[in-house]
Design a binder for this molecule. Structure first.
Ligand code: ATP
Ligand code: MG
Length: 451
């Protein structure tokens, strides 16, 4: 019996067998609906051309026979639309491997498809702290980074976007400093054009730093109110007065732009939700992040998770849009056998990156030797430049797979409040635990401000 994962390989095979007919169409959409059933959507003009219509329907029939439960009856399996935009109805798609004008369009029950990658923002650097697994020290590292950057005079804006498991702001702020509202309140009020009612009361400043400032926007306010009733609505798209539908992550982005305008930060640190989650997708793909920190603890679960994600980017041909922003962080490196542990992280990260995101560089013996050319009666040999791919050695410290380590340290272990720890900790200790991560972040900020 055919299952979901066989849909694309079978479709490719069937279309391959009818390549000449497919080539006659301006475009063809392989539409996978919410239940995982496949339809063709073809241009209206191919419906009006009897020969083409019969050919398209015959291909669909051949496909349907192989897809079994994942196909419609042949007479319901092909739809026609005048334009591709109408056919997509707002959904993004990617080219089916081996075909330029055949697009796979997935209808998902969530807005998060992970492959709609917003270009990098060109204002303050936006840095996302993400991990596949939870509890790997992401929020702690973010707080320490914010603290260190502020100590050296930076204005740091911190967003707690782990809405389903908030905690960062209470770690960074004593309770008397918590603002009245949080991100959740704004997302709810914005649905009714009432965001201004909470905007001025959703940012707090931390008392931790001496020189710069840390501005914190929590997930919820000092009084969280009916948090669950609100959380269930933050994902709502908004139908604007001009009829444009704005998905929730676009609304979030609008909020971040307004906060940046108000606060004028040097850097924005975003605490993302962990896992392949809708909120995490918004943080990583929709917010124009400039640096995406991928926290990783050594183990099969971590690497399987990252592989799933990277393969989806590869399949959808978007790797080039995102891969240069990524960096692995070796999370909570244990005291014992530090180097061996880190080498393990580096090795595993390298194999996932190399198999999914790095280019394969053509070996020198496959270099294309150009055609002989005749000039003034002489024969000239032209050797084409070797096309260099985006690739790194495993030991290259500048490579995205090369881990910036965060070390285990007893003063950060356990559930004691971070606020307490950071007020009593000294800069040397922070340096010893988070130094590599902080200098990486600092370099990214500096290279942004000099570019
Ligand atoms: N460098 C460190 N050394 C020792 N313990 C640490 C370190 N960093 C974090 N921890 C501890 O690990 C636990 C998880 O930390 P934290 O809450 O920062 O992780 P997280 O990845 O943000 O988790 P979640 O997914 O729940 O948001 C906490 O008990 C924290 O005290
Ligand atoms: Mg956290």
């Amino acid at each position: 019996m055919t299952t979901f994962d066989q849909i694309l390989p079978i479709t490719t095979e069937v279309l391959e067998a009818h390549r000449n007919t497919v080539a006659l169409l301006d475009w063809l959409i392989i539409n996978r609906d919410l239940n995982g059933r496949v339809r063709f959507i073809a241009p209206q003009q191919s419906c009006e051309d009897e020969g083409q219509r019969t050919a398209v329907e015959a291909i669909y029939q051949a496909l349907a026979e192989r897809l079994g439960p994942h196909a419609y009856r042949t007479d319901a399996g092909v739809l026609y639309e005048t334009t591709q935009e109408q056919a997509r109805h707002g959904a993004s798609g990617y080219a089916l491997n081996g075909f330029d004008q055949v697009w796979v369009v997935d209808r998902l029950a969530t807005e998060a498809n992970w492959v709609r990658i917003a270009p990098e923002t060109d204002g303050a650097l936006r840095i996302v702290f993400f991990s596949i697994k939870g509890g790997v020290g992401r929020s702690t590292a973010l707080a320490a980074t914010a603290w260190q950057l502020a100590q050296t005079g930076k204005r740091v804006l911190v967003l707690d976007l782990d809405l389903e498991s908030p905690g960062l702001s209470s770690a960074l702020l004593p309770s008397e400093r918590q603002p009245k509202y949080g991100i959740t309140d704004w997302l709810i009020e914005d649905l009714l054009d009432n965001g201004d009612a909470v905007f001025d009361s959703m940012v707090a400043t931390s008392n931790l730093s001496h020189d710069g400032d840390i501005y914190i926007v929590p997930a919820h306010g000092a009084e969280y109110g009916e948090y669950i009733a609100k959380l269930g609505r933050v994902w709502m798209p908004k139908l604007r007065a001009d009829g444009v539908r704005e998905i929730w992550s676009a609304r979030l982005n609008r909020l971040l732009c307004a906060l940046e305008l108000r606060i004028q930060p040097d850097v924005v640190l975003i605490d993302s939700r962990s896992g392949i989650d809708e909120l995490a997708s918004a943080c990583i793909t929709d917010m124009g992040a400039n640096l995406i920190l991928l926290f990783a603890m050594e183990g099969e679960q971590t690497w399987n998770g990252y592989r799933m994600l990277f393969e989806q980017w590869q399949r959808s041909h978007v790797t080039e849009e995102i891969r240069e922003r990524l960096r692995i962080v070796g999370a909570i490196v244990p005291d014992m056998d530090r180097m061996t542990y880190l080498e393990g992280v580096r090795e595993s990260a390298y194999s996932v990156f190399a198999e999914t995101l790095y280019d394969e560089i053509a070996p020198a013996d496959q270099a294309v030797i150009g055609l002989t050319e005749v000039e003034d009666g002489k024969l000239l040999w032209r050797v084409d430049d070797l096309v260099e791919g985006w690739n790194f050695d495993e030991a290259d410290e500048g490579a995205p797979h090369y881990p910036w380590e965060v070390n285990w340290h007893r003063s950060f272990a356990g559930l004691r409040s971070l606020q307490g720890r950071l007020t009593s900790i000294d800069a040397q200790e922070v340096q010893a635990v988070f130094g590599r991560l902080i200098s990486g972040v600092r370099n990214a900020i500096d290279s942004r401000s000099t570019s």
